[in-house]
Every structure is written in C-alpha cells, then in structure tokens.
Design a protein around this ligand. Structure first.
Ligand code: NDP
Length: 325
C-alpha cells in the first residue's frame, strides 16, 4: 500500500482526495520510485477539470523526483538506490511511491536537490523543445513569451536570454515585473493593463516578432496573432485561460502567412535518447548557473488541493512542488 491523491470525478480542487492505494510490484520495464518531491504542473489542473480527458477514477500528476526502490524485469537503465526524476507519467505521480517506465526517467545530477529536480524537469524539458526544436531561437531575434513569471516561463526567459534573444515577456500583474526583469526579460508587458500587440509593435519598431510562445490560450490568442511579423510562428502550447477557439486557416494568411503549431512535450521526448539529450542540456545550464534554481514553493502532498488553488489564482511565480509527509 501507499498513499496517493486520487480523483473520482472532474471538478474543482475539492475533488482531490488523499488516501491509501494498492501499488503492484513493478512490471516488465518498470521500476518503483519512492517520491521525495512531486512537480505540480498546469496540465494537472486540465486533467482535474476534464479539459484534458482521462479515464476515471485516476491518480494525478506526471512528474516527481525520488529514489528507485525496486526494478522489474528488463530494466538496465537504473538500479535500486538511484536518484531519479521523471516527467512523462504515467498519471499518479501525486503519491508516496509510483511505478514508472524506466526509460522515461533520468538520473538527477549530484548537486541538484530532489525538490529542485521535481520543480525543473517537466518545465525545463518544455522550455528546451520550445526554444531549441519547435523554433530554434537564435541570437539577435526578438521573441514573445507569455506567462513569463510562471514555472515554464521563468526557465524559458533565462534560456532564451542565454541564446542571445531579446525577450518580451507578459505577466498578469505589476508585482511580477521586477522578478522577470531580474531573470533576463528585456521588456515586460503587464497583460491586465496594457495592449499586448500594440506594445510588441512599439518595442519592435512596428515589425512584430518572428515567434510567439503562448500558453495562456483563449485570452491571448488574437493578441498573439497580432504580435507576429509576416511568416511568423505561433506556438500555442497551453490553455491556462481556456482553449483557443476554432479558427479558419484564412486567418493565418490574413495576418501575414503565419505558421501555427500546437506542440506537446511527449512527442519531443519520445525516445530515451531524446530525453537524455534534452535533460542533459537542461542540467548543464543549471550547473553553470545560466538557469538559476529558484526555490520551489512547497506544499504537503496531502494538501495538493491548496497547490492547485494557488496555481490557478495567478498569484504564484515559479514552480510548486508537493512533499510526501
Ligand atoms: P504557470 O506557473 O506558468 O502558471 C500559469 C500562468 O498562466 C499563471 O501564473 C498566469 O500568469 C497565466 N495565466 C494567464 N491567464 C490565466 C488564467 N485565466 N488562469 C490561470 N493562469 C493564467 O504554469 P506551468 O509552468 O505549469 O505551465 C505553463 C503553461 O505551459 C501552461 O499553460 C501549461 O499547460 C503549458 N505547458 C505545456 C506543455 C506542452 O508540452 N504543451 C508542457 C508544460 C507546460 P500571469 O498571471 O502572469 O499571466
């Protein structure tokens, strides 16, 4: 037995319940990880609310760090006692212990605490594919990144700055401005009181940006389209304010022959090689101090509902983690 957060039905944070669940011995290719810190991600909210459909009842959470407790058959990548982190499920990471596919985990480098690894891995792998693969950000480019003070946002801002880009970040309120500037944002737009597209045009001398990363979704869709230069790339990678409404392809031509992509992390780390390369780049930048390890905000695992309330309130900055009691 182990203790875990489960949901029986979709809804608000109150549908999260904490209790005992049965945990089988790890199967072929699997290993059991004793979680020491669990990453909270906005996708957990989408699973909880039903925006992303999952079979119910279900565990929740895709990401954690911890220690390998037991390995199943045909696992050569890790052994009992190894410190590992994982970021692509299966669902149920909000638990004291969890069985995962061994090829989906990475070793945590010495010098990186478990809580930091759990705060970094999923969000850092996301920043990696967005900036290095969906569009390869290059020196001298100006990019737009929404929710710059958030978990993914803070890592992406530091990474893009390191790549030599001029970074325009958006934040929801004035309290977040200094923080994102300190991380490397050259220009900050406060979305609650400024017109995003007008400010982007002003900053770019009327040209617009060649790439815009939008995880806010519904509320920023038109502003993001209007911020792009001709042939620009719209990277729609989340829906914190709700899903992007259906639109006609003609809208992309009307706005300047734009490209639109809706990527998801799983497709970019679908092999152990892809995962190791991306995690290697991430942890290297952390070791070199390029990406600063901001202390994640910690909640007891049993209080996961409070972590969800905080994340949805738009008052948090950086990452949130759950700590098993
Ligand atoms: P964040 O810490 O970034 O939290 C979400 C942020 O979105 C808030 O802090 C808030 O910042 C902003 N936001 C804008 N409108 C709303 C709203 N109506 N309700 C709530 N928040 C809002 O979360 P994560 O770092 O976990 O994730 C960031 C985004 O990236 C999410 O949309 C997530 O789904 C997406 N993502 C996508 C992945 C993919 O592969 N496609 C992988 C990982 C994450 P502010 O108030 O400053 O605007």
């Amino acid at each position: 037995m182990t203790r875990a957060i489960r949901i029986e039905k979709t809804g608000g944070p109150e549908v999260l319940s904490f209790g005992e669940v049965t945990l089988k011995a790890p199967g072929d290719g699997e290993m059991r990880v004793r979680n020491t810190a669990i990453g909270v991600n906005f996708i957990d909210v989408y699973h909880r609310t039903g925006l992303y459909k999952i079979p119910l009842p279900s565990g929740l959470g895709l990401e954690a760090a911890g220690v390998v407790e037991a390995v199943g058959a045909n696992v050569s990548r890790f052994k009992a006692g190894d410190r590992v982190a994982y970021a692509s499920g299966p669902l149920g990471a909000y638990s004291e212990a969890h069985n995962i596919v061994a090829t989906r985990a990475v070793k945590i480098p010495d010098g990186v605490e478990d809580a930091v690894a759990a705060a970094l891995l999923l969000k850092g792998l996301t920043a990696h594919y967005l900036l290095r693969r969906t569009h390869r950000v290059s020196a001298g480019e100006t990019i737009l990144f929404h929710a710059a003070a958030g978990g993914v946002g803070q890592i992406a801002v530091q990474w893009a700055r390191h790549l030599g880009a001029t970074v325009i970040g958006t934040v929801g309120n004035d309290n977040k401005v200094e923080l994102v500037k300190s991380l490397g944002c050259h220009h900050v737009i406060v979305s609650s009181r400024e017109n995003i597209a007008s400010r982007v045009r002003e900053i770019t001398g009327g040209k617009g940006v060649p790439v815009a990363y939008d995880s806010v979704g519904r509320d920023t869709f038109m502003a993001t389209l209007d911020s792009l230069s001709p042939l620009g790339l719209f990277v729609s990678f989340g829906n914190a304010s709700g899903p992007v409404p259906a639109f006609e392809p003609g809208l992309l031509s009307a706005k300047g022959s734009l490209f639109f992509t809706r990527p998801t992390l799983a497709n970019y780390v679908s092999t152990p090689q892809e995962l190791d390369t991306a995690a290697g780049e991430l942890f290297d930048l952390v070791a070199r101090g390029v990406i600063r390890k901001a202390e994640p905000k910690r909640f007891p695992l049993s209080q996961a509902a409070d972590a969800h309330r905080a994340l949805e309130s738009r008052q948090t900055t950086g990452s949130l983690v759950l700590i098993p009691g």
